[in-house]
Structure formats: C-alpha cells, structure tokens
Design a protein around this ligand. Sequence first.
Ligand SMILES: [Mn+2]
Length: 309
Amino acid sequence: MDNSYLDLPQSEGKEILVWPVPYEGTASFATGTRNGPRAILQASREIETWDEELGVDLADSLRFRSLPSFRAPVSGPSGMLSGMRQDLDRHCDCSEEFLLTLGGEHSVALPPMEAYLGQHPDLVVIQLDAHADLRPEFQGSQFSHACVMARLRDSGVPLVQIGLRSLCREESEYIRSRSGTDMLPLFAHHLPPPAEAARRIRDFVGKSPVYISFDADALDPSIMPGTGTPEPGGLSYEWVQALWGHLLPGVRLVGLDFCELAPLPAGGVVSESVAVQCINKILACAFCLEPGGVSGPFDPGVRQGGARE
Ligand SMILES: [Mn+2]
C-alpha cells in the first residue's frame, strides 16, 4: 500500500510525520474506521495542494513522511495503547516533531496526546467532536473511544470541545461544572461566529502549545456521512475551515489527529475528501501563514489581522 500523504515532489520545509493507525476495537455502532487511514491517504493524493482562499501551497512549506502503519495486537484496548506508546517512542520525538495521526477510532488519539503532554506539561487540547468522550468507562472498558477525553482529563489537561451535541447527563453536568475554569465547551447549537470562537479559544489557550484531536463526527453528516456515529446538527464545513484562519496563525500547534472516518462501503469518496481538506486547512493555517494573519493575496479581510467574519 502506498502510504504517502498528498502527492508532493520532494521538498524542503517543515516535516509532518504521518501515522496511519487502522484500529477499531471498541466501536459501538457502525464499524469501518479501520479503513479510515487508507481512504484518507488515497484521497489526499487526488487533492490540490494549492489553497486558493489562503493563497498558499502546502508544497512550499511542508513535507510529509509516512511512518509504518500501526499493527494492533490482539490483546485488546490496553495492549493497543501500550503498542502505540512503544511505536511512538521509536518513531517520533514529540519534543519537536509534528505528528499527524490518522485513525481509526478515537481511542487512538490517547497515546499521541499523552506523548505530547509528556514533552509539554502546559499542553492544551482542542477536541472537535459531536461527543464529549468523557465517560469514566463505556461497555466495560476505560479505554473505549467514548472515554478518551476522560483519560486525558485524568492528567488535568485543559480542554476545548467544539461541536458537542450528543452526551450523557453526567458528561453534561461535568462540563458545565468545569466551564470557565479548565474546560471551554462550544456546543454545536450555540456556536459563535468563527472569529468570536477563535477569540475565546485564544484567551483560553494563552501561550500554551496546542494539540488538535479531530473526530470526523464533529462535522455535520450531510458533509461527513462516513463515520461510525453520525449526529445531525454538526459543524458546517465553512465554519470549521474559517475558524483555523482566525485561530492558528501564531498558535504553537504541536500535533494533530483525525479519527473516526469510516469510508462508506457503497463507494463515494466525499467523506475522505472532506477529511483531507480539513487536515490541509489546519496545516496551512498553522504552518504556511505569517503569525497574525493570512499572507496570501486573495483575502484582504483576513490579511489585515484576521478580523474577518
Ligand atoms: Mn465522536
């Protein structure tokens, strides 16, 4: 299998390590996230690296190096996590290297987040997700995809949650009890405009390094039908793409994952194409723009300090 992300000539620039993790051990509804990494990688090679809106080309600033695809052991979720930790130790120096992890179910985000936390004790995580993933345990496991942020919160990591709309009462009460302290929830039904959301997130993050964990189901199923647990009323493509232009230039992004993509068996490549565009916009806004705004010639509103609506 061709593991390369995008179809770039050999170039200079910041190296992005790409790690396919085709694991689904605890899926609770529709399955298929084990096919997510391959679908994303395939789709990526069909997509333009030039960003017309931003006036930048990923190929000018970035180069991608694929890591060996993770091979999950048969020993269940805890064996998966320890196997991922060993591979991370071997392949990625999280003190300085940037890792793009492609899931797989959302539980695969935990080892990369832990590894970055180990190097950056003041790490802040931004989670895009329909679900809070804050259950203490789910279906008998503490390491289910429904618990991944609960395990992260065991370490006290400040957490921004964007697109929430499907959670249990206990999760809701917990989030509301922490909101305004070390958690910032942006519910899907109360989303501010992207610039306002970015301002609130920036205030919350301060100067801390940031890790983004992107669950495909944060997006509305009308544009992201290929996911195991679709929830209507999700983020629009335009909203989430605009957020990064306001938020990321100047923020120290250290790592990223995109999880829960389950390619539709009937064919059609909408979901994986949307996933690649979402990943590319994050990378472009984090690494291809000047701090404080857009450097490209095509969007004067953003170029003048990012105050576009
Ligand atoms: Mn989810």
